[in-house]
Write a protein that binds this ligand. Structure first.
Ligand SMILES: Nc1nc2c(ncn2[C@@H]2O[C@H](COP(=O)(O)OP(=O)(O)OP(=O)(O)O)[C@@H](O)[C@H]2O)c(=O)[nH]1
Ligand SMILES: [Mg+2]
Length: 378
């Protein structure tokens, strides 16, 4: 293992030196902002100390084949993240999952006066996690469309499918992020913002051959910058750290030759309005093309309502729904789209970068809900 230390004025200046000295397989171990020595330091001038390391053998694999051959799992990144912090995130997710299951089983006892075939579908929707009020409205629509004997029971579900697909298409059709954008991901803690940003940037850089850059505004957790830098290094994409509004403006201008700039933000609790307003100051100073809100599908819908109400100050253009792989039922997707009326750009399906991300159209979402038997109450 060879380790080198670099003192630079701007972080991006370290990159060519690291590549020259340590090769493409080098990883950045740490970056520290240090006050300049002597009189410059008194005037608030900073340098960056960058520690980088590489194995003794240098690889000649290209960036693209490296990503295909060895997807980066977050287990690698987790080495750099405090263990107890990760444990907290995982516990939180487990708790949310339990809450969702409780809500589902409570609702399975709800009864209505629907005729038997409709009642069965109502229960199906509720046990898949669609909230009772929304499920009732869907079944009422279905009843209006077909008087009970005009349609054979077995085909009612196809009528319901059409209604749901039609609603999702009308309310907020899935969209693709495209064009020349500066894109920031915002959302609660631990939902997968940084991992998802790396996945999207990888697709832009590798599949669409776009020239991309990262800015991180996350100076909250010690390991957060490090996490993005590892992805930046693997993707060969510059990562600029901005600790103040001024540094953010400087970072945006340093990267203005890029076709897309992806901005990572620190996870914020919706209850901490002070922190959220602090973050908003950045985007008020220099507007972005897109702010995208990331929700974890394992957060139950009741908890998402106050979260959305707080995060809407960022005027999100759309949503990314993460951790599709962690849920057993999919009705929450219907709740989210019909309630917040925002298009979903992506769904994330696991920890591997860049592959665990998908786009789902409205009929695929409805199939996930109606063709899933897990969680069904008989
Ligand atoms: N199962 C699963 N885990 C995911 C997914 N996306 C991210 N994760 C994991 O969730 C954890 C948190 O991911 P991060 O990307 O650090 O989340 P974040 O929103 O940036 O977190 P903060 O910056 O602390 O708010 C990590 O262990 C990720 O590997 C996903 O789609 N499925
Ligand atoms: Mg993060």
């Amino acid at each position: 293992m060879r380790v080198r230390r670099y003192m630079v004025n701007k972080l991006e200046e370290a990159k060519p030196a690291i590549l020259r000295d340590l090769g493409k397989d080098a990883i950045i171990i740490s970056t520290n902002k240090v006050k300049a020595k002597g009189i410059k330091g008194l005037f608030g001038k900073y340098h960056f100390e960058v520690l980088a390391a590489a194995d003794n053998k240098t690889s000649t694999v290209t960036q693209e084949s490296k990503i295909k051959a060895k997807p980066v799992t977050t287990t690698e990144v987790e080495h750099h993240v405090k263990n107890n912090e990760l444990e907290m995130i995982k516990n939180e997710l487990r708790e949310n999952q339990k809450l969702l299951q409780n809500v589902i089983s409570d609702l399975s006892n709800v009864s209505t006066n629907f005729p038997e075939a409709y009642e069965k579908l109502f229960k199906k929707l509720v046990s898949q996690g669609i909230i009772e009020g929304k499920a009732k409205k869907l079944i009422q629509k279905l009843q209006k469309m077909y008087t009970s004997d005009s349609k054979i029971n077995a085909f009612l579900i196809d009528g319901l499918r059409d209604i749901m697909v039609n609603e999702l298409e009308t309310i907020a059709k899935p969209e693709e992020i495209s064009g020349n954008y500066s894109i920031a991901l915002v959302g609660p803690t631990g939902v997968g913002k940084t991992t998802t940003l790396a996945k999207i940037a990888a697709h832009s850089a590798l599949n669409k051959q776009k020239n991309v850059g990262f800015i991180t505004l996350d100076n909250y957790r010690i390991a957060a910058t490090e996490q993005l830098k590892i992805y930046g290094d693997i993707l060969d994409v510059p990562v600029v750290v901005a600790n103040t509004v001024n540094e953010y403006a400087e970072a945006m201008s340093a990267l203005n030759h890029k076709e897309q700039v992806f901005i990572d933000t620190a996870g914020r609790s919706h209850k901490n309005t002070e922190q959220l307003l602090e973050l908003k100051k950045y985007f008020d100073t220099l507007a972005l093309d897109q702010t995208i809100l990331v929700f974890s599908l394992s957060t139950n819908f009741k908890d998402l309502l106050p979260i959305y109400n707080t995060f809407k100050i960022f005027e999100p253009k759309g949503l990314i729904l993460s951790k599709l792989d962690e849920v057993e039922t999919y009705g929450n997707i219907y709740n989210i789209i019909t309630e917040f009326k925002l298009p979903v750009f992506y769904y994330t399906t696991g920890q591997s970068v860049p592959e665990d991300i998908v786009v789902l159209n409205s009929s695929q979402i409805v199939s996930k809900i109606l063709d899933n038997n897990t969680g069904d109450v008989q």
